[in-house]
Design a binder for this molecule. Structure first.
Ligand code: MG
Length: 387
């Protein structure tokens, strides 16, 4: 495994996206003069941070719907996003990539998520399937930053750079031009730069660790089962316990989770360096044309991560407590979708106008996807009172 502290293992500088004013990936849809002292991705970072859709992440479920009786300490989609941004910046910095691009992509990576977490996404997708469409949070994020986020007189949306728009679409999956001709300008036949590739794995690492902590906090998960069933966690827990035999279990748990996250992130960075070296990758063009994505965990660590995630599915994501929340999410979204389809006047006037070009089902999905958990609950209560 490469020693990340040894400079001879660092990645060639040519692998980083330059991100200066002459970089083709810094081009904007609507040309703007360069800023006297801010770099293009730094401006994108600020535009995302100041966007309304970004602020709404505070009111959106990550995993746990925040009901009054529950803990204030579990992650929202906003705090999850900030954790991914922290890890993405560190990782890109250590690997000599462009940390500003990585952090900006992390900041925007979940902006297209609907209320109620993955249950909300599934319900919206199901509602759209009946109309031959589907819901994809990456594509919805692109619609937000190129259109719905409307705050500048000179252009629609945020007018983000090409590099950030490409990363929004492709950080977690690939699209084909035949299925998505509208995305043709985003180099669909090539992999995205490493700064974008990192986001997907960093996201996985951040939520694997966080969901264990939040699952314990919510008392859906219990420490003995985590130790008995998740080898990756148990290894760090027993080392921490041996080092601090008198410390309370709560602190041992935090320390074990911290070390687990550190091990996953270190493995990711070492594997990227190994891949780059073994494939002889020398440039950004090589990254794009490599035989596969270069950002991944080693096979051994990937298997341990997979087993840990399978545990979370078994004991947390598909636990009876969570299934009840998913059922509720499905009920709220499908009821509002049906009601708006029957009566488009329930949509605000600007969305009613969009229905003429985008079609009513897509417009309803866009409107519902933008809502926070509490806003959609209120809309649902009003609907129930009206009937
Ligand atoms: Mg995420």
């Amino acid at each position: 495994m490469p020693d990340l502290c040894n400079p001879s293992f660092l990645l060639p500088a040519a692998l980083a996206v330059p991100g200066d004013d002459h970089d083709p990936l810094a081009a904007r849809q609507y040309p703007e003069p360069p800023h006297p002292y801010r770099a293009p991705f730094s401006r994108d970072y600020s535009r995302i941070l100041h966007a309304r859709a970004f602020r709404r992440l505070a009111g959106k479920t990550q995993v746990f719907t925040r009901r009054p009786a529950e803990s204030d300490h579990v992650r929202s989609r906003l705090t999850h996003t900030l954790e991914v941004a922290q890890v993405a910046r560190t990782t890109a910095q250590v690997l000599s990539l462009n940390p500003q691009l990585a952090e900006t992509l992390a900041l925007v990576h979940d902006i297209g998520h609907p209320p109620f977490g993955h249950a909300g996404e599934k319900a919206l997708d199901e509602a759209l399937r009946a109309h031959g469409l589907g819901f994809d949070h990456n594509l919805h994020a692109l619609r937000i930053v190129t259109g719905f986020e409307d705050r500048y007189p000179g252009f629609p949306g945020l007018n983000l750079t090409l590099g950030v728009r490409e990363g929004i679409i492709k950080h977690s999956r690939d699209y084909t031009e035949s299925a998505h001709p509208e995305l043709a300008s985003y180099f669909l036949a090539q992999f995205p730069p490493l700064e974008a590739q990192l986001i997907d794995i960093v996201d996985e690492i951040a939520y694997l660790t966080a969901d264990m902590e939040d699952g314990l906090e919510s008392e859906i998960l219990h420490l003995p089962e985590l130790i008995a069933e998740v080898d990756l966690f148990a290894e760090f827990y027993s080392a921490v316990h041996a080092q601090y035999p008198a410390a309370p279990a709560r602190l041992l748990t935090y320390e074990a989770l911290k070390r687990m996250m550190n091990a996953l992130v270190t493995d990711l960075m070492q594997t990227v360096v190994s891949e780059v070296q073994s494939l002889g990758i020398q440039s950004l063009a090589d990254v794009r044309q490599a035989p596969h994505r270069l950002a991944r965990l080693s096979h051994g660590m990937e298997e341990r991560r997979r087993l840990a995630k399978a545990f979370l599915f078994r004991r947390l994501y598909e636990s009876p407590a969570m299934l009840a929340e998913h059922e509720h999410a499905h009920q709220v979204i499908s009821a509002l979708f049906r009601a708006m389809l029957a009566n488009p006047k329930m949509l605000p006037p600007d969305h009613q106008a969009l229905a003429a070009t985008d079609g009513l089902p897509r417009t309803i999905a866009d409107y519902l996807a933008g809502m926070t958990d509490s806003y959609i609950e209120q809309a649902w209560q009003r609907l129930r009172l009206a009937h």
